[in-house]
Design a protein around this ligand. Structure first.
Ligand code: ATP
Ligand code: MG
Length: 735
């Protein structure tokens, strides 16, 4: 049966004598009309005001007020829970899973389903509903709202007639029989209607309704907003002010003390009148109806008590729409209604602050799982390649789950067909790499790399970039270069390449590469290069030669390539090797525009060398241009943020993950990320994998979740690594 046919049938609810008829809805040519008026809707993107910095929050509320004020006539804000099929995300990514990606996908499916099907509060969506008898007028209004939303940086996306009809049906329940009694409606479920009319808090903070919306069983929340014309608003406010003044006079005559509530009313009425006279803002009559639903009476009673308490804690009073359940229910349906249930006047700012579309749901079905939101239990699914910057940074003290999180990210990116390139200073990613059939190159043991190979883009600029990168690397090897040595090094580098017939011309780039030993030879010959040559000796021909002397180049086109450094004993050498490895991987990144993930665990080690920090910042800044996402994990947070490029790097990361912290770390991070006291405390006591996830402007408390397989591939707990105890150990946080 088409949706249209479903909609044309009146709900059984209308058969009850006490209930008014459901308005007639019809879907014709993809347009929804209710009682003959055309209806349009724009879905408002969820906003997480609570989590915004103060200035940002103010701008957002101002923007929202401007958006509402731009709508020429009455409109309705309608919030409903949405159902999300766990299969949706899995079906969305399955086509991109190929080959060994299946090894990740199968256990991933189980882990995702467990979270998605687990008990949780359903996410909500909010639609701004408009109606008109004229199609042209309706379209104009929709365009206007969309434009103002865009100007103000708010998301408002028009939804089609089918989706609107679905919204209508989800509230009207065509086909279901409800018996409407004086206090509640009884049918397949129990429904009660509440209105938020008489008592509102004296002052409304932005997103003050969020607590109410979080109560289970809220089938619909509707705010019908009717703007008064300026003249009407002026009359309304003047009358109001007169009433307040009369009350004050009477109280004074009786010798009563000043009433705080009356004073407040007086001052708000005065300022509202002033604002109106100055032409800023509007006065709205707002009719707020909530439909609360439960599978049985006791649950309904419980929910009713919860929501009542919640409202009172916010300074508001909810009233049951006794004897008017049918009318209140009908009022929650999209489309125009003539008779309000219980109106209340609000100015533009208060209406904007009472937003229904506050949420913290992070769900981009084409991405992959990052974990579970701790407050709602909802899975967090993100697609980093859909964000302005694809970079991520993970900050946490030792043992808090940075490697687990990062490794799972590598596995999941690989699963989705994204290439993965990584530098692994401690050998933590070897098992993962082998399990997914990737290539693991262990520097100093089974392999070396030659930083002189010109990989990457075949352009003239590639040669200059290579020379600059080598100058940086050589400086790190030599423990820095002096002012005189730098030009000598540059000359020697070019001369070394020239001797092998390699120059800016891309045609020469794949000639057999030169080596560090060749450079040392050249340095010995150029003026001012001898001392540098000596310092490079041990890297070129001494004990460290195998690390940088490979004659075969790395398989840079591998779909999963990790360069391991754990066979290098000397930490200083390892830091330099990390920089060199990163340089080589960067060549691979620039070779094409396919999406790639580039992982640097223990990033603070590269950052310790100033040339390393500069390089990482450059990578973070330019990664986007090559469709690459950089993933950095680091522990020494205070030092990281203090370092020359630390802040600049964090700014380049759209995804920021804060895991468990030491008191000093919390101090540094708390200030930088503007965390509340509770958030700081949560980071101090976080278990491995627990923390805060920042995505662009919002953040949530989250718990990284890994599949059983991912856990096995990535755990660094010695107890897990000893075969037997691995059997006994049931990871606390995985599936
Ligand atoms: N998301 C998670 N779920 C379950 N257990 C986890 C999770 N994250 C971490 N753990 C546990 O904590 C251990 C340490 O985690 P991990 O190796 O990722 O820490 P780290 O932050 O990388 O530490 P370091 O800075 O020392 O490298 C893991 O071996 C695992 O047992
Ligand atoms: Mg680690």
């Amino acid at each position: 049966m088409s949706v249209g046919a479903l909609l044309r049938r009146r709900s059984e609810a209308s058969e009850s004598p006490s209930a008014p008829a459901w308005p007639a809805a019809a879907l014709t040519d993809g347009r929804l009309s209710i009682e003959g008026r055309l209806v349009a809707g724009l879905e408002l993107a969820p906003l997480n005001l609570e989590l915004m910095a103060e200035a940002e929050r103010d701008t957002t509320v101002d923007g929202l007020a401007a958006l509402y004020d731009a709508v020429p006539g009455p409109f309705q804000l309608l919030s409903v829970p949405t159902l999300r099929d766990p299969a949706e995300h899995l079906a969305a990514i399955e086509p991109s899973v190929r080959g060994h990606g299946q090894r990740v996908f199968r256990p991933y499916t189980a882990a995702y389903r467990e979270i998605a099907e687990g008990p949780r509060r359903p996410p909500r969506r909010t639609v701004l509903v408009l109606d008109s008898t004229s199609d042209a007028e309706l379209r104009r209004t929709v365009d206007l709202v969309e434009r103002v939303a865009e100007e103000r940086g708010l998301g408002a996306r028009p939804i089609d007639g089918e989706a609107l009809a679905g919204l209508w049906s989800s509230i009207a329940r065509p086909g279901a029989t409800y018996r409407i009694g004086p206090a509640l409606a009884e049918g397949p479920s129990f429904v009660i209607a509440l209105n938020l009319g008489r008592r509102w808090p004296a002052e409304v903070a932005p997103a003050w309704l969020t607590g109410l919306l979080a109560v289970d069983g809220l089938a619909a929340v509707s705010m019908r907003c009717r703007p008064l014309s300026r003249a009407e608003a002026m009359t309304f406010m003047t009358t109001r002010l007169r009433v307040v003044r009369a009350g004050e006079r009477l109280a004074a005559e009786r010798g009563e003390v000043a009433d705080v509530e009356r004073e407040r009313l007086g001052s708000t009425a005065t300022s509202a009148r002033r604002a109106l006279a100055a032409g800023s803002g509007r006065i709205y009559f707002v009719d707020t109806v909530l439909l609360l639903e439960a599978p049985d009476r006791p649950t309904l009673q419980e929910r009713l008590e919860t929501i009542g308490l919640e409202a009172r804690s916010l300074g508001a009073e909810l009233e049951a729409s006794t004897l008017r359940i049918g009318a209140a229910w009908a009022s929650a349906l999209p489309g125009a209604r003539a008779n309000p249930i219980c109106e209340r006047n609000l100015d533009s700012d208060s209406l904007a602050a009472s937003l229904l579309h506050s949420a913290s749901d992070l769900y981009e079905p084409l991405g992959h799982l990052y974990g579970r939101a701790r407050t709602t239990g909802a899975p967090i699914v993100l697609d980093r390649f859909a964000h302005a910057s694809h970079n991520a940074i993970v900050l946490g003290q030792t043992g808090t789950g940075k490697t687990m999180f990062t490794g799972a990210e590598m596995a999941r990116c690989f699963m989705r067909g994204i290439r993965v390139l990584g530098v692994d200073p401690l050998g933590d990613y070897r098992r993962l790499t082998e399990a997914v059939g990737g290539t693991y190159v262990e520097l100093g043991a089974n392999g070396g790399l030659n930083p002189f190979t010109i990989g990457g883009a075949t352009t003239e600029a590639a040669f200059a970039a290579k020379v600059a990168a080598l100058a940086r690397l050589v400086a790190a090897m030599a423990g820095g270069t002096s002012r005189d040595e730098r030009p000598a090094l540059d000359r020697a580098l070019r001369a070394t390449y020239a001797a092998a017939g390699i120059g800016p011309d891309p045609a020469t780039h794949d000639r057999p590469a030169v080596t560090l030993a060749d450079l040392v030879g050249q340095l010995g010959e150029v003026r001012g290069g001898q001392a540098l040559a000596q310092r490079l000796e041990r890297w070129a021909t001494g004990s460290l030669a195998p690390i940088f002397g490979a004659d075969a180049s790395l398989p840079l086109d591998a779909r999963f390539l990790v360069i391991g450094l754990s066979a290098i004993g000397d930490p200083e050498v390892r830091d330099v090797a990390q920089l060199a490895a990163l340089g080589v991987l960067w060549d691979a990144v620039r070779a094409d525009l396919a999406p790639k993930l580039v992982v640097v665990d223990e990033a603070w080690k590269v950052m310790r060398q100033s040339s390393g920090a500069e390089f990482v910042e450059e990578l973070a800044r330019s990664a986007r241009h090559y469709h690459a996402g950089l993933q950095l994990a680091t522990q020494d947070i205070a030092e990281f943020l203090r370092s020359d490029f630390g802040e600049a790097i964090v700014k380049q990361c759209d995804l920021r993950v804060l895991l468990g912290q030491t008191p000093e770390g919390v101090e540094a991070i708390g200030r930088y990320f503007d965390l509340t006291v509770a958030e700081r405390r949560s980071l101090l006591h976080a278990r491995p994998g627990e923390g805060l996830l920042f995505v662009g402007r919002s953040h949530v408390a989250f718990e990284a979740r890994v599949s059983r397989r991912e856990y096995e591939w990535l755990t660094t707990r010695p107890a897990d690594l000893v075969g037997e105890s691995q059997q006994r150990y049931d990871p606390p946080n995985s599936s």
